[in-house]
Every structure is written in structure tokens, then in C-alpha cells.
Design a protein around this ligand. Sequence first.
Ligand SMILES: C[S@@+](CC[C@H](N)C(=O)[O-])C[C@H]1O[C@@H](n2cnc3c(N)ncnc32)[C@H](O)[C@@H]1O
Length: 281
Amino acid sequence: MSQATSVPPDQPTYWNEEGGQRWVSNIQRVERMIEPFLTRLVRHAAPQPGERVLDVGCGGGVTSAAFAGAVGPSGNVLGLDVSMVILAVARERYAAVANLSFALGDAATMPLDAGHFDLVSSRFGVMFFADPVAAFAKLRSALKPGGRLAFICWRALDENPWMADCVRAAFTVLPIPEPQPPTAPGPFAFADGARLRDILGQSGYTDISIEPHDQVLDLGSIDDAVTQMTRMGPAASAFAAASATDQAAVVTAVRAALKPHLSGGSVRMASATWLAGARRG
Ligand SMILES: C[S@@+](CC[C@H](N)C(=O)[O-])C[C@H]1O[C@@H](n2cnc3c(N)ncnc32)[C@H](O)[C@@H]1O
């Protein structure tokens, strides 16, 4: 599958342009699919009343709002995202939540108050850093001494058939993009748990834990699943650029890949993630 892992190299640009547009146009479907990770991440991160939380790559703000509820009125949450177009969704949704605010910026470079947060967390928002050691070190300095890092990220593409099967099907039609190194910034950059542990160690964290979490995903109806899986992931850019004829052929191929997993009106497929935890120390 190495040919299928190509992603645009400049992630902030990607998320402000085609990636951000596609995420927003697909946001209801994808948030529904990844909803089970919200519950799991909140349990893992264990936000406490009164805490200050930073939600990195907050997207449409669903996780930020959940953390805001958990920390209550004496705590507060900052949702941070590099994409203006995606953050606009979060701002509109949660304008009325008093202890939740949002900021536009690159978590790897934007100024953050030193020693301010009790918890830095993320659902699938920290795999896009060009220099992950520098970025996680920066996030560490925004934590109070003893503060926690807790996030969820994908394991390898090949361990995630909900994506891999669709990518494989799409690239039977679409031109296979230039291969990228498996550690290139992108959704599957932390496939290697040992490398992830090493990155967090080099960034200065202690008490590092990297636990596998397997979850069956509900991709909704077959029509929703096909729409979603042609608009996100490693084949999405090539699909968007393809002719109408090729797009129709991709839809047929992706539908055929998804159909064996249709039961009771929903496509249900396995996923594999890491639940990562660490402390500032
Ligand atoms: C896969 S989406 C996840 C969104 C959200 N956390 C959720 O679970 O719904 C990744 C998000 O990370 C954001 N992102 C990517 N790189 C970032 C960076 N360097 N700093 C801040 N946000 C970033 C993207 O704009 C996007 O909204």
C-alpha cells in the first residue's frame, strides 16, 4: 500500500484549502463515524472540574465542547486549529458555551502561554506536524508541571481496512501518486508506536503510554460511506481531480469494496488507533 500514502507536504496549507473544504463538506458523516473515539478519548484524558484544556487540531469543536462540559464553569477549554474554514464551523456551533474559546493557529509554531494548561489533548489532530519532536516539545511547555498529554491517532493504514480497502479500490482507477515516506505528516504518520514513543520521549515527556485501541466503525448507509470514502483519505485529491467517467468508476469500485461490510443498513468496518498518554514531568 506504500503508493497510496501520498499526502500534500504542507499540511497547514492543505487544511486551509482542499483538505479543509472537504472536511467541512463531509463533517456530519465523518464526525458520526469517529464519535466512539470521543467517549474513549475523554475517558483516557480524564478531564477534571476546574482544569484548563488545550484541544489541538480541534476541527469542528466536538471534542472541545465535550471537554468544556467535563471541566465545568470553573475550568476552560481552548480549541486550536490551523484551518480557518474548519474553525468557522466550531465557532458557529459553540458560540454560546461560556468556558470554551477557539483560536486559529498552527499548534507547532503559535505562541502559547507557558505552563498554562492541565491537559493537552487531541482527537486525530497531531499527526500533521512537519517536525513532531519540536511541536510536541512546544506543547509540553504549555503544560503546567505534571500536566497531561492525551491523544488518539491512527495506527497503520493497513490495520485500518475502513480506509485501506477504499484506497486500494480507488487506485485501481486513479493514477497512483508519488510515494511519500511512511512517516510523512498525515493521518498515518504515527503508525509505528515505537516511533511515536520515541518522539514523545525526545520532546521531554515522562510516563509515556501508547496503547492500541481497536474499534468497529459505523460508516452509515452504503451511499453515505461511498460519499465519505471518496472525499477523505489518500485518494481524495486524485478523486477530486479525476474526470466524471473516472469518478464514476471509482464510486463503483469503492462501493464494491464496502458492500461486503454492509449489515442492517450500515457499513461496519474495523479500525486501529493508538491512545497516547504522557506527562510534562
Ligand atoms: C482529522 S481532523 C480532526 C478534527 C477534530 N479533532 C475532530 O476529531 O473532529 C484534523 C484537524 O487538525 C487540524 N490541524 C492540522 N495540523 C494542525 C496544526 N499544525 N495546528 C493546528 N491544527 C492542525 C486540521 O485543520 C483539522 O481540523
